[in-house]
Ligand binder design. Structure first.
Ligand code: GLU
Length: 466
């Protein structure tokens, strides 16, 4: 048995985003061999910088490919723009066998025919007019200098059937599909032609892709059968919807992988969220790619659209940060945060980050609070200072001076001399230490902060409480 070979075949016309990267992730999780192919036949819109960016984003997510550009096993050229000669051979074969023909109809002519069909309540499809031209007619058109497209001759009175991996049995009637264009007038191959040819030539056995491609599939099957090339199994996954119920786009919550990375999302969080968007796992714990792959079942892919929810992504992000090891977490912090953290406190700080932060900017706020002198205090915090009173902070100052390295002793002293307890004790302390009412546990704060800075803050609070 050959290994199951899947692929991701992006068109490099923009940055990859949550929608198309989910297709890549599903294919990576499902495949035993995962291939990357760059579908850059649209010369006007494809850009090399997008190819570089998408490969970089995929590597960052861990979606590495076994075959594809720059892979060790580079058996073919994986940029379609470099494969034109190969497609030409197949065009020629189809023409020679009478399975494709040149079409000289002008765009205006086609548009008029389309409108007439639509207004008669018929589905628009090509009439087959140029398919009836004889050899001499064709030669005469060429002699006029006309540049034809090439149409595939759809076999009449037949059906195309296939078993979709996600949606089950599918049936299309050929007579509903007009002869379709496989090569444009400028000589370039139509998307679904080279897409199908390359899947066959590259040995792709299983294609997972969005269901916006479902109507291409019968055409692709016809092409592959006509050329006696192997058919992959196709699975069409349901769309992702945004928070407003419309297809996920920039307007309703989609982001590029670049943007998510810049915001500090971790690859693990993105992968865990996406793997469960329209696919069901039995387990709700954070899984690495091997774990996600072990639990991936094509039959667990949903038939109806899945809704993207930012709170889900943030949930996985929280888990990813909480479970990240020191090295990963340290490098996740921006450089200007790292320089604030004294070396002996690095590990303790990362502990604080794990339980209090989801994003690097939050970690930065804590680094600034804990390791620099400046402290912002809002009205609510000042109010708490006033309620606790000046003497509370003076006692706390003495307690901190006597027990700089011993939080329990500090607390004991404070309790004994200030007469405060519970919230009346802990809240003003937290406010004085950090200027905030939320955050790390007090013993951790006490241990990580410089004793002189703690005392300075207590003294400032004593003054503010006057
Ligand atoms: N290049 C196509 C796209 O980006 C690939 C479609 C497919 O996966 O077959 O939509």
């Amino acid at each position: 048995m050959h290994p199951r070979k899947t692929r991701f075949a992006p068109s490099p016309t923009g940055l990859i985003h949550l929608g198309n990267v989910r297709t890549a992730l599903f294919s990576k999780l499902y495949g035993q061999c995962f291939l990357l192919r760059i579908e850059d036949t649209d010369q006007a819109r494809s850009r090399e910088e997008f190819v570089a960016a998408l490969m970089d984003d995929m590597r960052w997510l861990g979606l590495t490919w076994d075959e594809g550009p720059l892979s060790a096993k580079a058996a073919a050229d994986y940029h379609q723009s470099q494969r034109g000669r190969l497609y030409d051979d197949y065009f020629l074969r189809l023409v020679e066998e009478g399975l494709a023909y040149p079409c000289f109809c002008s765009p205006t002519e086609l548009e008029i025919a389309r409108k007439v069909q639509l207004s008669a309540g018929q589905p628009p499809r090509y009439s087959g007019k140029c398919g009836r031209l004889n050899h001499d007619d064709i030669a005469a058109k060429y002699a006029e200098g006309l540049k034809p497209t090439l149409r595939f001759r759809v076999p009449k009175d037949a059906v195309v059937e296939f078993d979709d991996l996600v949606r089950g049995p599918q049936r299309f009637t050929n007579n509903d599909i007009g002869d379709f264009i496989i090569r444009r007038a400028d000589g370039s191959a139509a998307f679904f032609f080279c897409n199908a040819i390359d899947d066959a030539l590259m040995g792709v056995s299983h294609v997972l892709r969005g269901d916006d491609h479902l109507s291409n599939t019968p055409r692709q099957i016809m092409i592959l059968r006509a050329l006696d090339l192997p058919l992959p199994s196709y699975g069409h996954t349901a769309l992702i919807l945004g928070d407003d119920g419309a297809p996920l786009s920039k307007r309703n919550g989609s982001r590029s992988i670049r943007e998510l990375r810049e915001e500090g999302y971790m690859p693990l969080a993105i992968n865990n969220m996406l793997a469960r968007l329209g696919h069901h796992y039995d387990c709700e714990t954070l899984l690495d790619l091997d774990g996600l792959s072990d639990g991936f079942r094509v039959e667990n892919l949903g038939k109806s659209p899945a809704r993207f929810d930012l709170t889900h992504l943030n949930h996985w992000q929280e888990l990813a940060v909480r479970t990240a090891d020191d090295v990963t977490l340290w490098h996740w912090l921006p450089q200007d945060t790292r320089i604030l953290v004294p070396e002996p406190q690095e590990s303790a700080f990362l502990d604080i980050v794990r339980s209090n932060c989801r994003f690097p900017h939050e970690a930065h706020q804590w680094a600034a609070i804990l390791f620099s002198d400046a402290l912002e205090r809002n009205a609510e915090v000042l109010d708490i200072a006033v309620q606790a009173g000046e003497s509370f902070f003076r006692v706390a100052y003495d307690a901190a001076a006597q027990h700089p390295d011993d939080y329990p002793a500090f607390l004991e002293y404070l309790k004994r001399h200030a007469g405060a307890k519970g919230k009346g004790l802990f809240q003003p302390l937290r406010a004085a230490f950090t200027g905030r009412l939320d955050g790390p546990e007090l013993p951790k704060l006490y241990a990580i902060m410089e004793p002189h800075r703690l005392r300075m803050r207590l003294a400032e609070f004593a003054q503010s409480a006057q």
